[in-house]
Write a protein that binds this ligand. Sequence first.
Ligand code: FSX
Ligand code: SF4
Ligand code: F3S
Length: 391
Amino acid sequence: MERNEVFFDENRKSLDKLEKRLDISRREFLQFCATVAATMGLPAGAEAAVAKAVESAKRPSVIWLHFQECTGCSESLLRAEHPTLEKLILDVISLDYHETLMAAAGHQAEAARKSAMKANKGKYVLVVEGAIPVKDNGIYCKIGGQKAIDLVKECAADAAAVIAIGSCASWGGMPSTDPNPTGASSVAEVLGKPVVTIPGCPPNPYNFLATVVHFLTFGKLPEVDKLGRPKFAYGRLIHENCERRAHFDAGRFAMEFGDAGHRQGYCLYKLGCKGPETYANCPAIGFGDAGENNWPVGCGAPCIGCSEKGVGFTKPIHQVARMLNVAPPLQYPRIVEEQGKAASFASAAAVAAIAGAAAGAAVMLTRNLGLSHAAEEAEKARRDAADKAKV
Ligand code: FSX
Ligand code: SF4
Ligand code: F3S
């Protein structure tokens, strides 16, 4: 008998109740638990522990604040499936305050927040969506007559955990774009202490759900990096998991949107893809449960580094990415004809790899990428001029 079957056999009664409560089949429930466990990078079989925690743990009270943002983070959560967020929110967590999802408004909503905070003092989870303006004493964002800067401090004081969802709350995001007229700041900056961050504009809902479920299953938040990002989700560069990586390594690039390379799914590096300097699991888990390859690069759009401070909303979209850890593969395929007569990425890399140690090679490779790009641009200009001359 499989581990999950043992779990379900032992817990048949409580799962019967759960099926009724969530109005989903146990198969769907197990699918959800397996997806969340996989997102966290837990070993096979861990979905049983996740299922047990979700099914039996007391629902944590969640206070969700909105500041300077577009509500895309909540929107993206609403697109989560297995089960849908309404079911999840209402049954896995107790969403006691969320301005856009709660039925109450005005004084009633404020009263709901205050009573939930009082009843769950020291135990509730505070989720913050959006940046917090600090310029001019924080007057640029008020909720219920209270400044965002004061509200977040008040709510964080008695929270068991604080989660900054989205790039705005994590590091300022889009509202902090130069010249940052309102002084849009991150939750950690305003509170003066580290918080768990789930950056992305919007972030992948499973990264948030997995963080909350980790809290439920293990009684603590997941391990994070120095920017507060859960390592299970932000431990690797997008470039390391990208399905177009083979094209990058082979020197096959889309040069223009809609050109032959773009249509054939070639690497988007030269269209400004920031995958090589952005840490996130987008290629590994995809978005919206719409099937394989449903993430920006998978759909033909270069990654803009929306989750990475100093990249998203900071670097121009067309600017080529800084290579953080180029590790030349041992063998490169032959130079492809599509690159014209220019010195190719592959040949440059091969020379670099022969020339020195891996670190030196990486630098050479990065430099040569620029050279190769310039050479290709020159080749293209020459071809265009020849075409014009023919007309
Ligand atoms: Fe929007 Fe959230 Fe972007 Fe910000 O997501 S999707 S602007 S990260 O805070 O609502
Ligand atoms: Fe993928 Fe972008 Fe890296 Fe190319 S540069 S392999 S498209 S992440
Ligand atoms: Fe954002 Fe890039 Fe992922 S644009 S959603 S970090 S692929």
